[in-house]
Design a protein around this ligand. Structure first.
Ligand SMILES: Cc1ncc(C[n+]2csc(CCOP(=O)(O)OP(=O)(O)O)c2C)c(N)n1
Length: 801
């Protein structure tokens, strides 16, 4: 028998090019490049550049072992780059080159505020008030100075884990930031996020993301939302908004950077990639792992202009930064690489062992402090530096007092923030588009061509008509109907998929691009992480994206993004909902022969992600009703469909919204079978539904009957439906389309044991996929994937037949 079979398986280039000597705006300020002690390629690059430039520092001031030195990007050189790469006009250059007193005061005050804030963070960390990982920004204050001067409240900002100063410079209250670090209720996210997850909906500060580079596609999604707002004619939106994303030079080596540059260029999105180049990723010299550190030139392949600036000179940063930001506001995407030094360890946990790190830090603090450099420059003359410093320090003091006084969050908050739409509390049929139904209809009429609209309405009517035929509608078309209806009803509904024009591999979501155009129904490059990520950014900004995965298993590339989608509502303290739906055909049918990688139990892999609602549907009726509800739900959901049954037809009620937290009982064992001890509760999903139906037929003659339950809701596990069945049958078989270890059945079985132990007459029996890659050859596959015949055998065994 099947469970016995299970025992046969175990259970259980070093060179870098920061300084491109052919680029006019990149020269070292220090003429110490002949440093004989240094044999590394990086410095030799500096040597060439430095030869062309004057020095501001005596050679003997520089420790001989330093491998990273300050660069020089004087405004006259930067202008050459801006003219050639950004096509900035002479007139604009003149404007950007002139810094007003107010700009300089703002910049200085923000630098002092950030320095003092971070120093106090350090103190608070030592005092145990701040815990976990914390990343400080000392030495890089010219960037917040730029933000304070040039970034608007309405711009959409995506930062990384070193985010305190970015948030403050973008208008987030310093007291709320400090309170968040203290884990207090008055924090930006009520203590749910912490140092690496600062969000503030009011100032459009959208993270605070802790996985290196994950923020890149989210920001691209945010930039798309700006373009979409214009397309939809959304009211109350400023025209020149931009998205800005911060990334380290280490993070910029991640492939997401290339994908996002491609996406930004392809749709000419208003997005600035602000690269914070402190030369080290934690301790590792980025030049040791990256062949080319000229991140500002990464856009060349896509036609995205870039510029490098010396981050120790705040006036250079302000001038060049203003030009880059203006380019994004008026023309399209750009890269701004700011060359800086980080004065502290990566985080308090950083031992800073890597070569010469401590010498570099000591030297940089002494020679490259942007605050001191500004104070000693001609620009500082005439400014009341003392008064500005006092103002900054007073603000930090206020922030500390606010954080201290704030109470801790109520422990119950974590549970309250599980889902924006708590289970069973929303009638999705009544949920209107955010802009209201009337406005939504008016918008759709404005943006969809009348002939196309007529064709679409006919297509929808045809699909609805199929529901009335004796054969019914297919699972694929039931999903298509749901998607088309929702996209028609709510112009903020979007679609993302590969091969979308052709309706992707299983003809879902078909006709969306033809009906709604490329902006709302986007064909995607082949990286599911990329477009799940963009969907996440859109969902944070008023859109309801629907992502189709072609094969659910391809979603493996989007695990980081799915997990962050699940986290966001909670980690933002409930500020950002995440109304996105991911649909994928997947699973492991017997005789599938799709090979190991296309047959993985993706549903089991994502089951542990908090905040995700996971449903599955193996009949058209459920596929339609769940898709409709999930699209209108305000949290992230995944709807899984059986890959080999997409054309299976059946009845469907095209007017219903099914609950996302309920399993579905398809058949009930007779009272006679219960009395005869021949009734079994069978719980399954995806292809297991068809297999179970076959088994039921086969068992009819033996008198064994099933209370047959489909896990239309996989997460949260609906054990109450199982309970009412077990109260009759007292026997449970799980036909599980996932592995014995870590599978859906494992979770379900544990929950049943915990909650329904007294109802069981026998141990729960799991018919799982074994812990083996699904083999291609049928003979071997039979050993791994369970099917109707295994269920028949197991049912007979359980009933002693
Ligand atoms: C996906 C992922 N891998 C590894 C880490 C650990 N980590 C945190 S920051 C960091 C270095 C990033 O360096 P860089 O992008 O240059 O930014 P910086 O911290 O220097 O500002 C690493 C490896 C992480 N957070 N996420």
């Amino acid at each position: 028998m099947t469970t016995t079979r299970a025992t046969s398986f175990a259970l259980g280039g070093r060179r870098h090019h920061v300084l491109n000597t052919t680029t006019a705006n990149t020269k070292t300020r220090n003429n110490h490049n002949e440093n004989k002690n240094n044999k590394r390629g990086g410095l030799r690059c500096f040597a060439k550049a430095a030869a062309a430039k004057t020095t501001t520092q005596k050679k003997e001031d520089v420790p001989k072992n330093l491998e990273r030195l300050r660069i020089s990007t004087p405004w006259e050189d930067a202008q050459t780059v801006l003219k050639s790469e950004f096509k900035t006009s002479e007139e604009d250059l003149k404007t950007f080159g002139e810094l007003t007193k107010e700009e300089l005061e703002n910049a200085y005050e923000m630098m002092q505020l950030c320095r003092d804030f971070e120093n106090e963070c350090n103190q608070s960390y030592m005092g145990g008030k701040i815990r976990g990982f914390m990343h400080l920004d000392n030495g890089q204050e010219s960037i917040p100075a730029l933000l304070a001067n040039s970034i608007r409240k309405s711009d959409l900002k995506h930062s990384y884990y070193r985010d305190h100063c970015h948030a403050i410079a973008c208008g987030v209250d310093a007291g709320k930031v400090m309170a968040e670090l203290y884990g207090k209720d008055g924090g930006t996210c009520r203590g749910t996020g912490g140092s690496m997850h600062i969000y503030d909906v009011e100032n459009n500060f959208q993270g605070g993301w802790a996985l290196v580079s994950e923020q890149l596609p989210y920001a691209v999604g945010a930039a798309r939302s700006i373009v979409l707002d214009k397309f939809l004619g959304k009211e109350g939106m400023e025209d020149e908004r931009i998205a800005i994303v911060f990334v380290g030079e280490g993070g910029a080596q991640n492939g997401r950077m290339a994908e996002c540059l491609n996406a930004a260029a392809k749709e000419n999105l208003p997005i600035l990639f602000l690269v914070i180049d402190n030369g080290r990723a934690i301790n590792t010299f980025t030049k040791d792992v990256a062949q080319n550190q000229s991140v500002f030139e990464q856009g060349k392949h896509y036609g995205v202009p870039g510029v490098l600036v010396d981050g120790q000179d705040v006036t250079d940063v302000l001038k060049v930064g203003k030009a880059a930001i203006n380019h994004v506001r008026t023309k399209g995407p750009a890269i701004l690489q700011v060359h800086t030094f980080r004065f502290n360890g990566h985080s308090p946990a950083d031992p800073e062992h890597e070569r010469n790190r401590k010498d570099e830090k000591r030297w940089a603090r002494k020679e490259c402090d942007p605050i001191t450099i500004f104070e000693q420059s001609a620009h500082a003359q005439g400014l009341d530096l003392q008064a500005l410093t006092k103002k900054a320090k007073d603000e930090v003091k206020r922030a500390l007092d606010f954080a201290d006084a704030s109470p801790p969050p109520p422990p119950s908050l974590a549970a309250e923030l599980e889902y924006p739409d708590p289970n069973g509390q929303v009638d999705y049929s009544q949920r209107e588009p955010e802009m209201g139904l009337a406005k939504a209809q008016e918008t759709t009429k404005k943006i969809v061509d009348p002939n196309t609209l007529a064709g679409l309405e006919k297509r929808i009517a045809d699909l609805r008509g199929l529901c009335d035929t004796p054969q019914g509608i297919s699972i694929g078309d039931a999903v298509n109907l749901a998607v088309l209806e929702e996209m028609l009803r709510d112009p903020t509904c979007l679609a993302h998929a590969e091969d979308l024009q052709a309706g992707s591999s299983y003809n879902i979501p078909a006709n969306t691009q033809q009906a709604f155009g490329r902006l709302r129904a986007a064909d995607e490059i082949i990286d599911e992480g990329h477009f799940i990520g963009k969907a996440l950014g859109e969902a944070m900004n008023g859109y309801r994206p629907i992502v189709e995965l072609m094969n659910a298993n391809f979603g493996i590339y989007g695990m980081a993004e799915l997990s962050s989608a699940g986290n966001t509502y909670a980690t933002t303290g409930g500020q950002f909902k995440m109304p996105m739906t991911v649909i994928g055909a997947g699973g492991t049918a017997p005789n599938q022969s799709l090979g190991a990688e296309h047959s993985q139990p993706f549903h089991a892999y994502i089951m542990g992600i908090p905040g995700l609602k996971i449903c599955s549907a193996s009949k058209p009726n459920e596929a339609y009703g769940l898709a409709k509800s999930m699209i209108r739900d305000n949290g992230p959901g995944v709807l899984l469909l059986p890959v080999k049954m997409m054309k299976t037809r059946g009845p469907c009620n095209p007017n219903q919204f099914l609950p996302l937290h309920k399993s579905t009982q398809h058949a009930k064992a007779s009272d006679a079978a219960v009395k005869a001890n021949k009734a079994i509760t069978v719980v399954t999903y995806l292809h297991g539904v068809k297999e179970s139906e076959e088994a039921m037929k086969e068992l009819a003659a033996s008198g064994i009957e099933f209370d047959f339950i489909e896990m239309t809701c996989m997460k949260p596990v609906d054990w109450r439906t199982i309970q009412s069945s077990l109260e009759r049958t007292h026997k449970l078989i799980i036909l599980d389309e996932s592995t014995r270890t870590g599978g859906v059945g494992a979770t379900l079985s544990a929950i049943v044991s915990e909650n329904l132990f007294d109802e069981l007459d026998a141990p729960v029996m799991r018919l799982c996929m074994e812990d083996a890659p699904v083999p291609y050859a049928g003979e071997m596959e039979k050993e791994v994937v369970k099917r109707a015949s295994d269920l028949v055998e197991a049912a007979k065994f359980m009933c002693g037949a």
